[in-house]
Design a protein around this ligand. Sequence first.
Ligand code: AMO
Length: 447
Amino acid sequence: MSTRTLVTNLAALEDGPVSVSGWVETVRDQKKVQFVILRDESGAVQLVNPAVRELAEDAGPEASARLAITEQISALAHGSFITVTGDLKHDERVKLGGLEVKIGTLEVVTEALPETPIAADSSLDKRLDWRFLDLRNPKQALIFKVQTTLLHAWRTYWVERGFIEIQTPKLMASASESRAELFEIEYFEGKAYLAQSPQFFKQMAQVAGFGKVFEVGPAFRADPSFTSRHATEFTSVDAEMSWIDSHEDVMAMHEELLVAGFTAVKERHGAEIEELFGVEVTVPATPFPRIPLARAKEIVAERGYVVPREDEDMDPEGERQIAAYVREEFGHEFVFLTDYASNIRPFYHMRHEGDPSLTNSYDLLFNGVEISTGAQREHRVDVLVAQAKEKGLEPEELEFYLDFFRYGAPAHGGFGMGLARVLMLMLHEASIREVTYLFRGPTRLLP
Ligand code: AMO
């Protein structure tokens, strides 16, 4: 183990010898003194070197060493990775953390090329080309700390309630959502498809008697769009549970889960999010507002925006309008839109008992963007077959899935939620590209 001290831990040390390692953020090379700002994963610290520019004839080894360090610092490229030993000194006058390290030895572990390919004002695309450099910005690192906290809180919520974590295969023999957004790949002598959702397999866990399951894993959609909310590969957060009376039970769990996640993020990172993103994280009140989709469209129309007829779902502008309404009426950032029409929902959604034109399903919107779809599932195989046929699907292709329901299936339901969408909206970022570790889109497979 190295003896280096994390920058964040320097404040607690007394004045004396220390060793720190990190990236060169800035160099101020003045005639008599040089300052280097060094950053590691925990923070930044000022290093100082009393510069020696030339040696007097009677100069001792101390002055020679100082001259060597001075020359090293003058040649330091931004981004180089260095290790420094030196003397820590607490000094209130130092703006950065009230301390500095007087350099004793400086080792350039790896030198960076002199020109940094991105700057603060580079385009998002350029920054993504150089994602590893882009992520050195503490604001970017915070996104992934928040994500870690969110996922930890969600896992804890589920584990404490008896949910079982599963990993379902991402190579499949059929589509699970729509054939239109399916990646087909060569698979030995035949074809395979990349999983669009763990849908079928999380339902399988219900007929296997697991009761309640969750999964956090990749999902793939061959979606050619370039919107701020679509990726071709994204992290899907899924849950599925048995013994429900309706989708209302799923929604009750879903909102509790979000409260648990937002509470943890606010407690742990609230101040830093406010400082770096200028955003206050609000823990949502429960129950979240619920509005049937048909009523939501009326509300939007009353506000002067008519959702295009051919688009029976809410379009993005409709979502923004309903979010504005919910904010004004309920002071809430979330809304469940419920009771979607059967013709715009997948075959596996359960339909209303008395009105098969509607489903026991919902979309969850956060600040005007869909973050999740959930539903009660149809567990009666004859009804399921009829619904699949009605959607133009060949039951033969779905035989393996339909079999699940031929050997005793409980009522069940669940949801899938896009992790990056939650983060984007929580941090008021403009695109999921900003909050995805390595974004994948129609024209991006690198790095
Ligand atoms: P759906 O297709 O609505 O439902 O997807 C669920 C959630 O996943 C996210 N999402 C995406 N995120 C980024 N890029 C994409 N291309 C993308 N597509 C979807 C969204 C969306 O709300 N099986 C159902 C879920 C269920 O009923 O359990 C499903 O996949 O946040």
